[in-house]
Design a protein around this ligand. Structure first.
Ligand SMILES: [Mg+2]
Length: 122
């Protein structure tokens, strides 16, 4: 690990409740720099879709009822967790590449979606 890489071994910030999004973005940026990856928005957007397909693959052929019970299968949950992380890592890298502030983007889109009418809305 490079000397300037964020320390991800700190046990006190190993959960969502304890970790700032900015720290995760910095950890992804450090990983990209460490590996010498040259990212670009096109490849990152495609990678998000590709990893999303790998996540969906874990549910392929399951019934809706079986899919609702995946948390009871530790091996499958490990695969799901890994593919979800792949998607999220690419999302963080995409945000880094384009300078997207995730918090404000999510809140802005949630506000827009609150004003939308959804087909199955109460
Ligand atoms: Mg994957």
């Amino acid at each position: 690990m490079p000397a300037n890489a964020p320390d991800s071994s700190n046990k006190s910030d190993s959960t969502d409740a304890e970790t700032r999004l900015a720290k995760l973005k910095a950890e992804v940026a450090a990983f990209v720099a460490e590996k010498g990856f040259v990212d670009n928005p096109k490849d990152l957007s495609m990678s998000i879709a590709i990893e999303s397909a790998e996540l969906m693959e874990q549910f392929q052929w399951l019934t809706t009822e079986e899919a609702a019970r995946v948390t009871k299968d530790p091996d499958l949950m490990d695969k799901i967790r890994t593919e979800f992380a792949d998607v999220f890592i690419y999302c963080l890298g995409f945000a880094n590449e384009l300078g997207i502030d995730i918090t404000s983007a999510v809140r802005r889109t949630l506000a827009t979606n609150r004003r939308r009418h959804w087909p199955h809305e109460k």
